[in-house]
Design a protein around this ligand. Structure first.
Ligand code: C2E
Ligand code: CA
Ligand code: CA
Ligand code: CA
Length: 277
């Protein structure tokens, strides 16, 4: 409801009010959207830098909104996280992605990466749900990688990390997403059951400049050597050019993801391009 006195900011930016209503209505429609099957997944390949072959697929959720059209996750994941709908939505994503990996496995075993929100991470059903989904699809735990952001884990005590450790002990891979953007406490890495660091896109962008930003080069070099010393693999996000790909490979990154290789696409398109058989 608008304040009767009027508001100069709304006049200056007529969109902001619409956007606020939008957010409210998006939030209200999330539960029905899940029931009506308006969410779908796209997949983006992860490429092994040593030989350029596909090494997995990250599942990325989208919302086919009946009025607003296709919405990216940045529009609704924060809302779902806020209301708690992320728990059933996240479970749906997991189930869908794992089933997809199982379908592809007929042609070629395919690892699938699924993003986890902080709220899912702290939900008591995370471990039993994940086990149930893997068992129902007949998929090995090692075919699943859960991506969690570093910031979701900052401040987590031992008890809060237990579910992740349990999953890791079963063989599920754990990737630290957006690595290097938060207040990384490198010593913290030893407490986490991570198997992979996903280096944030901002580092990849720094390498695109000519000459590459020397600070970014040093940073990537340092992170790669630390990660490898700790037995972790390094995946880089946001690789858009051949130049970046070559540099990141030379810097020792193990796996890459980005528009240079492929944009996220439907499961059918992904299969056509990346799955044999
Ligand atoms: P993220 O996990 O960091 O995912 C990578 C994002 O970078 C994706 O955006 C992807 O489409 C985009 N991207 C990939 N390659 C390139 C590139 O070369 N250049 C550029 N500029 N961007 C690239 P998207 O799909 O919009 O997802 C945004 C974020 O939403 C994700 O960031 C992730 O945090 C979240 N998200 C997506 N799907 C899910 C999900 O199922 N559950 C949860 N909890 N979060 C999700
Ligand atoms: Ca991710
Ligand atoms: Ca990321
Ligand atoms: Ca991100």
């Amino acid at each position: 409801a608008k304040d009767a006195g009027g508001n100069r900011y709304e006049l200056a930016d007529p969109d902001s009010d619409a956007r606020a209503i939008d957010r409210h209505s998006l939030t209200n429609h999330l539960p029905a959207a899940l029931e009506r099957d308006e969410f779908f997944l796209e997949y983006q390949p992860l490429i092994r830098m040593s030989d350029g072959r596909v090494d997995g697929a990250e599942a990325l959720v989208r919302w086919e909104h009946p009025v607003h059209g296709r919405l990216g996750p940045d529009r609704f994941i924060p809302l779902a996280e806020h209301t708690g709908l992320i728990v059933p939505l996240g479970r749906w994503v997991l189930e869908q992605a794992v089933r997809q990996a199982c379908d592809w496995a007929a042609g070629q075993p395919m690892r699938v990466n699924v993003n986890l929100s902080p709220r899912q991470l702290h939900h008591p059903d995370l471990v039993p749900d994940t086990i149930a989904v893997l068992e129902a699809a007949g998929v090995e735990p090692s075919s699943l990688c859960l991506e969690v952001t570093e910031s979701a884990l900052i401040g987590a005590d031992e008890d809060e990390l237990k579910p992740l450790w349990q999953l890791a002990e079963m063989g599920v891979d754990i990737a630290l997403d957006d690595f290097g953007t938060g207040y990384s406490n490198l010593a913290n890495l030893r407490r986490l059951p991570a198997t992979t660091l996903k280096l944030d896109r901002s580092f990849t962008q720094g390498l695109q400049r000519h000459p590459a930003d020397p600070v970014d080069v040093t940073f990537v070099e340092g992170i790669v050597s630390l990660a490898h010393a700790l037995g972790l693999a390094v995946t880089v996000e946001g690789v858009e050019t051949e130049h970046q790909a070559a540099q990141l490979r030379d810097l020792g990154c193990d796996t890459a993801q980005g528009w240079y290789y492929a944009r996220p696409s439907s499961a059918a398109e992904f299969a056509q391009e990346w799955v044999e058989g």
